[in-house]
Every structure is written in C-alpha cells, then in structure tokens.
Design a binder for this molecule. Structure first.
Ligand code: RTP
Ligand code: MG
Length: 143
C-alpha cells in the first residue's frame, strides 16, 4: 500500500473538551505523520462548501450549525494507507456503534457531535486538502 495523505478535522466538541493533544497522540502512535495543521472557526459558507455532498440531507443544517459552533483543528495526515487508517482510528459515525478504543468511542457523545472527521476516499482527501491548504502549506517530512 502506498503512502497517502488524508484530511482530519477535530470538530468543535472535541476542541472544547481540550483533547487536541490526546487525539494527535493517537495519530502519531498509529504511525501517521502530521504534515500540515491549522485552527479555524468556519463561516457558514465554508462549512456548507465543505459538506456540499450532504446539502440535501435532513441533518445538513444541524451539521453546519455544529461545525460553525466553535473552532476546529484541521490537519493533513500522511502515512501508509492513511485514508483507511484514519477512518479506523476514528471509529463509526455513530459513537454508539464505534469500537472500543476508537476516537469516537472515547470522545464523541452523539452522531451529531462526533468529535472528528476523516476523508472517506483518496478522491475526497485530495479535494478536502485543497479546500483548506495551499500546496506550500503541506510540508515534506523527509527526516
Ligand atoms: P465525517 O464526514 O464528519 O467524517 O463523518 P462520516 O464520514 O462518518 O459521516 P457522513 O455520512 O459523511 O456524515 C457527515 C456528518 O453528518 C452527520 N450525520 N448525521 N443524523 C444522521 O443520520 C447523520 N448522518 C450523518 C454526522 O455528524 C457525520 O459525521
Ligand atoms: Mg463523511
């Protein structure tokens, strides 16, 4: 499996819980490297654009309300099989279905406030990385 990049977002609920460092520790102990990062407080327009694929879904307004409710931490993770590896570290969308030891089992309270986002494919990852970062903001980790 080739080295991939993926987007991770620590959502407003997890930032408010002060667990950014705990979540970064999971990524690093799983062998993923952080190659870009920024804290942002999304506007409604930014959140709607990011989740445009869901704009016809009944939960869309609640999702945008939540994602704009406080700052988020956005990072690019790099490593072998990074897209799937990050999804495995996150756990299921609904925390009540998330396996023990996953981020959503440990930090999420509901399907609406579920602590983290991760790109769901290499195609989504490429689009999402470009949504938040310029090319020069993503760093090579060669050492
Ligand atoms: P995410 O995009 O945030 O990483 O989550 P995901 O891939 O696991 O789930 P996705 O289907 O992309 O849904 C995006 C976010 O919308 C909320 N959602 N609510 N009430 C519902 O049935 C429902 N379904 C999805 C969740 O907060 C989910 O993370
Ligand atoms: Mg998704």
């Amino acid at each position: 499996m080739a080295v991939q990049r993926t987007i991770s977002i620590i959502k407003p609920d997890a930032v408010a819980k002060n667990v950014i460092g705990a979540i970064y520790n999971r990524f690093e102990t799983s062998g993923l490297k952080i190659v870009a990062a920024k804290m942002l407080h999304l506007s409604r327009e930014q959140a709607e654009g990011f989740y445009a694929e869901h704009k016809e879904r009944p939960f869309f307004k609640a999702l945008v309300d939540f994602m704009t409710s406080g700052p988020i931490m956005v990072q690019v993770l790099e490593g072998e099989n990074a897209v799937l590896k990050n999804r495995e570290i996150m756990g299921a969308t609904n925390p009540s279905e998330a396996l023990a030891g996953t981020l959503r089992a440990d930090y999420a309270v509901s399907i609406d406030e579920n602590a983290v986002h991760g790109s769901d494919s290499e195609e989504s990852a490429a689009r999402e990385i470009a949504y938040f970062f310029t090319e020069t903001e993503v760093c090579a980790r060669t050492r």
